[in-house]
Design a binder for this molecule. Structure first.
Ligand code: MV4
Length: 488
């Protein structure tokens, strides 16, 4: 195991990684910006290195300053957390060039998977079913129109360099396509310096189901089941749960096993997440793979009993995977909600300010991951995640009741500070959500967004349900450019 790890992040995830390191007897060093000098991670770390002003660009995104901090403290490895440099293959490469282990996949694997178009091609070759659409980037508006005609409208134009919902445009009719295509390319060029885009059929009323995998550097891998992350607003997740509800165990197993096969096939190493959409017919479609620890990782920890950050550290240190698939048992249900300092009544605008009161919930099977405490100053510089409340229970109904109980206990107050708790309560009260029959359309419906679908059952009745079958494994030579023919 490492002697010293540098934590290149802030907020609750810096604290989460720090705790894992301490539990494994690893010395901790944390970098911080001028805005985070009083943070809990700075207080608890063995060493803390100030790397710049509040501006992310000049601190948590400053690769040179982070590498210099690692050199100063004699760290062998860097944990990037999530966000910031966590998915930056160039940063992983810079770490390697400086003799540092980046806690994540090898830089070349990261680069291939960060490109969503390339990830689609690799996963398709590994036999994963993709959302219908193009695999290679689509070079012209005319080519985009051809793909759209083949898969059928609505379609979604996605930036190859995007991900996590950034750089996507939904197109409902052929008349809108040319402009949407041009606009997405221009936006991708300005956001990512890369204007390549691809086109998929836009699947409405689908569920966002993701699979947690752990793969070591010796070719071994396990999956840790599924999470449902359909409750999102503008691609910010609000509520996540494990396992994905209201799907037959056989379907979940097929998705999880398929995901693991894909991860191993592309040489993935570390903790990763493969995202899928599951449609009303319970067919699943690969979307993208995330090469980092995710915000919602605790729900998987609660149902498996496995500390994912411990596993990341062991994998990065070259230790063979400590779990066989048969040893991983899913137990009960875990639900997480994010508490952001945002005002749901004002379009979820951030509400920075000082917290006069901050009393997190307690009680059985109730975990709160937060860096905040009474007196904490929520600044305007970083994302507004203040806390995550995660509960576990033997069944989903009790887990949801327990989460409501925990949120009732949470006391957060400060001048001008609002939180997303009132909105999360509405989600937990929603009839479709309570039944586990909700889709990516849930939040827009609750917000009354025009065009949002009314409440409905996303799941086929048992009589209509197709039998789960493993994904077909087309040979590379037989790989079509467009993955599915239009069926209606
Ligand atoms: C989609 C989709 C529907 N069809 N792609 C959003 C985040 C990124 N990882 C992929 N995302 C989606 N891609 C196709 N072809 C739906 C989503 C999506 C979503 C869309 C609208 C509102 C909420 C959503 C929640 C999760 C995923």
């Amino acid at each position: 195991m490492f002697e010293t790890v540098l934590i290149a992040n802030r907020g609750e995830i810096a604290l989460r990684v720090l705790r894992a390191c301490k539990e494994l007897g690893v010395r901790t060093a944390v970098v911080y910006s001028a805005a985070d000098a009083d943070s809990a991670a700075v207080r608890l770390a063995d060493q803390a290195i100030r790397i710049g002003p509040a501006s992310s660009r000049r601190s948590y995104l400053n690769a040179a300053a982070i590498v210099e901090a690692a050199r100063q403290v004699g760290a062998q490895a860097v944990h990037p957390g999530y966000g910031f440099l966590s998915e930056d293959a160039d940063f992983a490469e810079i770490c390697a060039d400086n003799g540092l282990i980046f806690i994540g996949p090898p830089p070349a694997v990261m680069a291939a998977l960060a490109d969503k178009s390339s990830a689609r091609a690799l996963m398709s070759r590994a036999g994963l079913p993709l959302s219908p659409g193009s695999i290679a980037p689509v070079p012209t508006a005319a080519a985009a129109a051809e793909v759209a005609e083949t898969v059928g409208y609505p379609v979604i134009v996605k930036a190859a360099a995007g991900g996590g919902g950034r750089g996507m445009t939904v197109v409902h009719t052929p008349g809108e396509l040319r402009r949407a295509y041009a606009r997405t390319r221009a936006a991708a060029q300005s956001a990512f310096g890369d204007d390549r885009v691809y086109v998929e059929r836009y699947l409405t009323e689908a569920r966002h189901v993701e699979v947690q995998v752990l793969c070591d550097s010796h070719g071994n891998g396990v999956h840790l089941g599924t999470r449902d992350c359909s409750v999102q607003r503008r691609h910010q997740k609000l509520v996540e749960e494990a396992p994905a509800p209201a799907l037959p165990a056989a379907v979940l197993d097929t998705i999880a096993e398929t995901a693991l096969r894909g991860a191993l096939e592309v040489g993935f190493v570390g903790a990763g997440t493969l995202e899928f959409l599951v449609d009303a017919e319970e067919r699943f479609h690969f979307l993208e793979i995330n090469c980092r620890i995710q915000v919602e990782h605790p729900v998987t920890e609660m149902v498996t009993g496995i500390d994912l950050v411990h596993e990341q550290l062991h994998i990065a240190a070259g230790v063979p995977l400590r779990w066989r698939q048969e040893e991983i048992r899913l137990h009960g249900v875990a639900v997480e909600c994010r508490v952001n300092t945002e005002d749901p009544e004002r379009g979820f605008a951030p509400t920075p300010g000082r917290l006069e009161r901050f009393t997190p919930p307690g009680g059985p099977f109730t975990r709160v991951d937060t860096h905040a405490s009474a007196g904490y100053l929520v600044g305007p510089w970083y994302d507004s995640l203040l806390a995550k409340v995660i509960v576990w229970a033997p069944d989903r109904e009790l887990a949801l009741n327990r989460l409501e109980r925990a949120l009732d206990e949470f006391d957060i107050a400060g001048p001008g500070v609002h939180t997303t708790i009132p909105f999360v309560r509405r989600v937990l009260d929603d009839a479709a959500f309570r039944k586990g029959r909700y889709t990516t359309g849930l939040v827009d419906r609750l917000l009354g967004v025009p065009g949002a679908a009314p409440a409905q059952r996303p799941t086929a009745t048992p009589a209509q349900r197709p039998t789960a079958s493993p994904a077909p494994r087309p040979s590379p030579a037989a790989q079509p450019d467009v993955t599915h023919r239009r069926t209606r």
